[in-house]
Design a protein around this ligand. Structure first.
Ligand SMILES: [Zn+2]
Length: 361
């Protein structure tokens, strides 16, 4: 499910010469075309394919009615500070800072242009901070996979010389009632002159959609335990890429914000078995949480070889098994999915550090 932010009489944020609604639509169409080309069997659905107004709740409804497997919303950012730039990928949750709240508030404000918004959003008031706390209680069922996909998107942006501002959480109405893993990508700042040019350029839009595609491919490969699809995206077959790096390199790196949920590989605290092994170790991740959950908790169903991988600072990953053979791990994944861990996926480690699966030898 692909969602181009805003549309029709809702222009979204504005840059010096462009509107968010037009940039998001161009990017989403390019992304849709790339997905279709990569996976001819995957059904791509759009919330809008033209410059039309679609209510936020209706965007979620379209996804739910179609039983979408993923919900990806593309937006552009804006701030008063004209120097801010870079990408952010959001998932539903409680904001940890005023800055995060501001982003969701800006994206939610559009409901004031909708008819009957009080009815459609259970009386939610985009200007009341309390409303956001209630709002954030949803979407926990898929938080594991949403974080996973969001981290991959930000990781791909980083690899493409974009400034990743990280994975963040806040209460977005468009993600509120979706019943599948759902993310909202702020692809860059229209209020930054250079980034506005990039976001409006053919090269920039191609790069952004290619980064998101790569993240989807990695995500799908993990969830399905089928790593052969990683070969579907190579630099050679993405002619969309052009000679893009020169334009992207104007974005120099800057320090990440502290309120992000980062899955950038840090030092991994992991069991000694995999540390001692110099090769690749595969495990199945069955859950993730910000607050520590006891391994004896009923929701883990008494699995004995479960451990907590702390490779992401602020998130606890619950991983199962310890396999040097991918096939063995794939078998375990199938068993765990049958047991009800439908969100489970395969993760890989080298020398005790979690490594992105597209960096496997
Ligand atoms: Zn927006």
């Amino acid at each position: 499910m692909l969602d181009a932010g805003h549309g029709g009489h809702d222009s979204g944020c504005r840059g010096a010469f462009s509107n968010e609604k037009d940039v998001t639509l161009s990017i989403i169409k390019k992304l849709g075309a790339l997905i279709k080309k990569t996976y001819p069997d995957v059904k791509v659905i759009y919330t809008r394919e033209t410059d039309t107004f679609v209510e936020l709740f209706e965007r979620a409804n379209i996804a739910n009615r179609n039983h979408a497997d993923l919900f990806i919303s593309i937006h552009c950012n804006a701030t008063k500070s004209l120097t801010a730039y870079g990408t952010e990928t959001w998932l539903m949750g409680l904001h940890k800072s005023e800055g995060n709240l501001d982003v969701s508030r800006r994206e939610n404000d559009v409901i004031l242009m909708e008819e009957n918004y009080e009815e459609n959003y259970d009386g939610f008031d985009p200007n009341s901070p309390e409303g956001y706390i209630i709002l954030s209680m949803n979407q926990n069922a898929h938080i594991n996979q949403s974080i996973n996909l969001a981290s991959k998107v930000e990781n791909e942006f980083s690899k493409d010389s974009r400034q990743s501002r990280g994975v963040k959480q806040a209460g977005f109405l468009v993600l509120w009632r979706t019943t599948m893993p759902s993310i909202l990508i702020e692809a860059g700042f229209l209020t930054n002159r250079q980034e506005e040019k990039y976001l409006n350029s053919e090269i920039g839009q191609n790069e952004i959609s290619l980064s998101v595609l790569k993240a989807i491919v990695e995500y799908k490969a993990e969830v399905e335990g089928d790593f052969s699809q990683l070969k579907l995206v190579t630099e050679e077959n993405s002619e969309e890429r052009l000679i893009a790096d020169t334009s992207a390199n104007i974005y120099v790196k800057q320090a990440n914000n502290s309120d992000t949920i980062s899955e950038t590989p840090n030092k991994t605290i992991i069991d000694t078995a995999s540390k001692a092994n110099s090769g690749i170790i595969y495990k199945v991740q069955i859950s993730a949480s910000e607050n520590l959950i006891s391994l004896k908790d009923a929701r883990f169903g008494g699995i004995e070889d479960i451990i907590i991988d702390k490779n992401a600072k602020e998130i606890n990953h619950y991983v199962v098994g310890n396999y040097s053979s991918l096939q063995d791990c794939q078998n375990r994944l199938a068993i765990l999915k049958k047991k009800g861990f439908k969100d489970a996926f395969i993760v890989a480690y080298k020398d005790g550090n979690r490594i992105p699966i597209n960096q496997l030898p």
